[in-house]
Design a protein around this ligand. Sequence first.
Ligand SMILES: [Zn+2]
Length: 173
Amino acid sequence: MATTGNRESNIDKLLARGFASHLSPEELIRSGDPNQRVVVVTCMDTRINPYRILNLAEGEVHLLRNAGGVITNDIIRSILISQRLLNTQEVLVVQHTKCGMATFEGEQFKDEIELETHQRPNFDMCTFKNVYDNVEASLRSLRDNPFLTRTTHIRGYVYDVDEDRLTEVVVDP
Ligand SMILES: [Zn+2]
């Protein structure tokens, strides 16, 4: 089991740096509603800084991250809340080259976990082979989701981590 106790952790080291420099009253973002009305779904990979690569400012978008930047039930949950309670309308998916999710096989990974814990994860690991195909599948699953009726635009990109470049993936209607 993970410790929550007193041994020094990397979280302690981060805390020691001090969190969040304070904003001036003029800089404070007054509303929680993203002012560009966009949800961005992307990978947790450290090579992706969405604020830099998408040229975003604080307060502009809802940023949802997971391993792969894939469309899971929890991503749908967050988009639904974002759209219905916080007035977003558009969804941008950004996945990337050299993603860790393309380097292992989901069922085999679950086998290893089951062997160690005697329990099998009951969720899909959402691994994939080709990131361009996976963005396309992600866009289709958003487009076809019956709950996302407030969506006006869905766009998808692949971020090339070597070239520092975004390429759009277009889905046929
Ligand atoms: Zn990734």
